[in-house]
Design a binder for this molecule. Structure first.
Ligand code: HPA
Ligand code: ZN
Length: 338
């Protein structure tokens, strides 16, 4: 039998918007629940998949946080990351910058050490085992306090050799970027790269604020920039990368249907777009599936798809490995879309 993962487009690509907790497939969730003696309130994997009908970001986040209960040991985080890396590699992902949500684990009594050491067991050998280079980006939960974010940055200090940057995720509306000015300043002083979710459900002003107040280098999602022509002009002029997630937008009803997604218009406007999977276990596809979807439904041709793949490496935090970036970019240029 051909798995759907074998037929997705294998153009070499970097994935820049991927929450590792959002790669928890129902089968692995039940296996980890059994291993850890955790009771899940679903009869089986089919019943769990039935719950994947989201009205909005919050209804997804409720399930996302609930299922994290099965992640308890270093080995759990290692298995989670290994499973993701194998699937991503099969879909042409050559480099990934992985988000993780330490506050969601620390709140359950699972420490920063368990999370980072566990993820690192898989990430540290990923180039040998999966042929995928990796970076780790620690996200702050924007619906928690600024003080909690500062405490989280403090808890990460022993692991800064493994953490490339900081991000901002969870419930967006009502939690503007400026709330996190202090922790982003502290992160910058520690030499960390900065990104933030903005303009997924929140208004275009949050994108501007993330750039001006937090000093971010990429915007995660950024979809709602299209409502503000002056902002689009700025993002084009400053070549700010946007990490778009088309299948996520459909599942969370940020767009009505994929056919109505603004990605083609955003590319036409000159925005530096990338295509990513966000939470692939929940949103119906990994990076290659998202590329397939924008090719099939939005009708993007080979040169647009090549541009998306090229942008993903140009926007990657690979400044300490420019030779590797150059190799990835030459693979993109040489790729034959058939
Ligand atoms: N948006 C905001 N927070 C998140 C997401 C998302 O898509 N996935 C996991 N945390
Ligand atoms: Zn996200």
């Amino acid at each position: 039998m051909i798995s759907p993962y074998d037929i997705s487009m294998p153009v070499p690509k970097a994935e820049l918007h991927l929450h590792i907790e959002g790669t928890l497939e129902p089968e692995l969730a039940f296996a980890l629940a059994a291993r850890n003696g955790v009771e899940l309130p679903y009869a089986d994997t089919d019943a769990l998949r039935e719950a994947y009908r989201f009205q909005d970001l919050q209804s997804f986040l409720n399930l996302y946080y609930e299922l994290m209960a099965v992640l308890r040991t270093e080995r759990d985080f290692e298995d989670l990351a290994d499973a993701y890396l194998a699937r991503a590699a099969a879909q042409g992902v050559r480099h990934v910058e992985i988000f993780f949500d330490p506050q969601a684990h620390i709140a359950r009594g699972v420490g920063m050490d368990t999370v980072v050491e566990g993820l690192w067991r898989a990430l540290g050998r990923s180039r040998e085992t999966h042929g995928v280079s990796t970076r780790l980006i620690m996200c702050f939960l924007r619906d928690e306090s600024a003080g909690s974010a500062l405490a989280t940055l403090d808890a990460a200090k022993p692991y800064l050799d493994r953490i490339t940057g900081v991000g901002l995720d969870s419930a967006e509306v009502g939690h503007p970027p400026a709330k996190f000015r202090e922790v982003y300043e502290a992160a910058a002083a520690l030499g960390l790269r900065r990104v933030a979710h903005a303009g997924e459900e929140g208004p275009p002003e949050y994108i501007t604020e993330a750039l001006d107040v937090l000093g971010v280098e990429r915007i995660d999602h950024g979809l709602r920039c299209v409502e503000d022509p002056a902002l689009v002009e700025r993002l084009v002029r400053e070549r700010v990368p946007l990490t778009l997630c088309p299948l996520s937008n459909v599942r969370l009803r940020t767009v009505d249907v994929l056919a109505g997604h603004p990605l083609p218009a955003m590319l036409d406007a000159g925005l530096m777009c990338t295509v990513n999977s966000d939470d692939p276990a929940y949103f119906g596809g990994y990076a290659g599936d998202n590329f397939d979807a924008v090719r099939d439904v939005l009708g993007l041709g080979a040169e647009r798809l090549r541009e998306l793949a090229r942008n993903s490496f140009l926007a990657s935090f690979l400044e300490d490995e420019e030779e590797l970036r150059a190799r990835y970019l030459s693979e993109v240029e040489a790729y034959d879309f058939g």
